[in-house]
Design a binder for this molecule. Structure first.
Ligand code: AMP
Ligand code: MG
Length: 513
């Protein structure tokens, strides 16, 4: 082994860094801060392979030094990105990576460019009062939930690795510290644009627009009006993203503009959670007192964030359009894309969940009727939708009025099973109106749209407790396995499909930053 290989942990990332090539005011160059006792928790082998990285090298002692931030890998040019953001509606002109460190970018085997970032890597010029660190619990939560989202087919940042730092972090009490290696299409946020807009830095905005287009919307590069093209692209992707969240009962929890990605990925998993008992107003985050980011508000929150993006882009739109009035009109035109994209994605997703193949008027109302009945008795969101596939598989919708055990099982999740039975009759008639679709086809689509496994909150909490209290990562390992195949009913992992018992229900999640 050459001295060079030792010095970089023998880990070859093959960094090709573009962000560091942007003007210096876009970031601060800063190395991760050393930690006392790095210890590997996990390397994500599948993701490592997808990035063309050697998982064994990452797992080696030298690799762990890199993942903990103690050694700067060859080709890495560590930096903290500058950004601003609206936090719960209040604008903060400077946030930035206060505890994250962008090591560099790698090109995956798919030919796409990805950011590799350490989260919890120490203080940066953007840390304000913070310690730059992350606690173990939130690191494990982000690992599990982001991997679940990826397996569920939702655009998301991913977890490449997690390590312990051997140091304590102090929140309400002392907790083990950890570092998450996060992989994202990029870490550009709505707040990145707001940072330059707040400074009247129109040139910075223009540079950012073309960088974002090249990186995330290459098909739009060369367009005559790049800012408008970018805005439309972000609006469309973000609308579809939030529809996917809602179709899975996912609640992000902190949809601030600094946590809203330009690439259309789910980013910044904090007090996020999958809803169990259905309640359209469900809020988990202990810091979201007004329910601003509750389940049923998420599309409004996303739209609000995109209006902030349009505002930030206004100076560039004005240059493109020739006048401010025309720019406002262009912005409104781009924002108007949201409703159609969201409604379309939501309706298509609900049709798949209900096993419907040909769009018909009234489909969304049919789904809405089911959701209302679910809300009456707080039926389990994931359980009911997955159960519908089993009801179809059991033949109880094919024309017979007979009860099957599957149908009774789903009915049992409702406060009054008859409320479900009434709805099944409506649903059955709607399906009967579609000719030539076999039961098998329906079941296949339904099982692919409604997971059997989500990271249920009580299980996430139990997994975190075992890790924090006993350094026992066996539940974490098991949970990663369970959520990685969410549409299958894997033997030995039955427990991951069962809702919390009354005494297990988790009512609030905490940022724990
Ligand atoms: P978040 O709520 O995690 O999205 O973070 C909001 C802002 O606070 C970002 O600028 C973060 O970098 C910063 N931040 C969060 N936690 C810490 C911390 N422990 N130390 C320094 N900055 C932090
Ligand atoms: Mg954030």
């Amino acid at each position: 082994m050459s001295a060079d290989e030792r010095g970089t942990g023998g880990v070859r990332f093959g960094f090709v860094n573009s962000y560091v090539g942007l003007p210096e005011r876009f970031y601060a160059r800063v190395n991760p801060t050393r930690v006392a006792g790095p210890k590997l928790i996990k390397v994500n082998e599948g993701l490592a392979a997808a990035l063309g990285l050697d998982a064994r090298a990452l797992e080696s002692a030298a690799g762990v030094e890199v993942l903990a931030g103690n050694v700067v890998a060859e080709g890495s040019e560590p930096l903290a990105m500058a950004y601003a953001g609206h936090q719960f509606g209040h604008f903060v002109p400077q946030l930035g990576d206060g505890r994250a460190n962008l090591l560099g970018e790698v090109v995956g085997v798919d030919g796409k460019r990805y950011d590799v970032q350490l989260k919890g890597a120490g203080r940066t010029p953007f840390s304000r009062g913070g310690d730059g660190r992350a606690a173990l619990g939130p690191v494990l939560r982000e690992y599990v939930v982001s991997e679940a989202m990826a397996a569920l087919g939702v655009p998301t940042t991913r977890a490449l690795a997690a390590v312990l730092t051997g140091e304590k972090v102090y929140r309400e009490w002392s907790l083990p510290g950890a570092v998450l290696t996060r992989v994202a299409a990029s870490h550009l946020r709505v707040g990145t644009f707001q940072y330059f807009a707040a400074r009247g830095d129109v040139e910075g905005l223009r540079v950012l627009v073309s960088y974002a287009l090249e990186r995330h919307y290459p098909e739009l590069v060369g367009s005559e009006k790049p800012a408008r093209a970018l805005l439309e692209g972000v609006v469309a992707r973000s609308a579809r993203l939030v529809a996917q969240w809602m179709l899975l009962g996912f609640v992000h929890g902190v949809m601030n503009t600094d946590n809203t990605s330009i690439s259309g990925e789910t980013i910044d998993y904090g007090p996020c959670a999958f809803m169990e008992a259905f309640d359209p107003e469900q809020v988990f985050s202990s810091i979201d007192a007004n329910g601003r980011y509750g389940y049923g508000n998420q599309h409004h929150a996303m739209h609000w964030n995109l209006v902030r993006l349009a505002e930030a882009l206004l100076p560039v739109l004005t240059l493109e359009e020739g006048s401010e009035a025309a720019a406002v009109e262009a912005a409104q035109g781009a924002l108007a894309v949201f409703a159609g994209e969201f409604d379309g994605a939501y309706a298509a997703g609900m049709r798949r969940k209900l096993g419907l193949f040909t769009p018909q008027e009234g489909d969304v109302e049919l789904a809405q009727d089911l959701l209302e009945r679910m809300a009456e008795g707080r039926a389990d969101f994931t359980g009911v939708f997955r159960g519908l596939a089993e009801v179809v598989a059991g033949g109880a919708t094919a024309g017979s009025y007979g009860m099957t055990s599957k149908r009774a099982a789903v009915g049992g999740m409702f406060a009054v099973p008859e409320r479900f039975e009434e709805w099944v009759e409506r649903w059955r008639l709607r399906m009967a109106a579609e000719e030539g679709v076999s039961v098998e086809e329906r079941v296949k689509v339904m099982r692919g749209a409604s997971p059997a496994v989500i990271p249920r909150n009580h299980r996430v909490e139990a997994m975190i407790r075992a890790a924090v209290e006993r350094e026992d990562f066996s539940l974490f390992e098991e949970m990663v396995r369970a959520v990685s195949r969410p549409f299958e009913e894997v033997e030995g992992l039955e427990g991951y499909r069962v809702p919390a018992r009354a005494e297990e229900i988790v009512r609030a999640t905490f940022c724990g930053t």
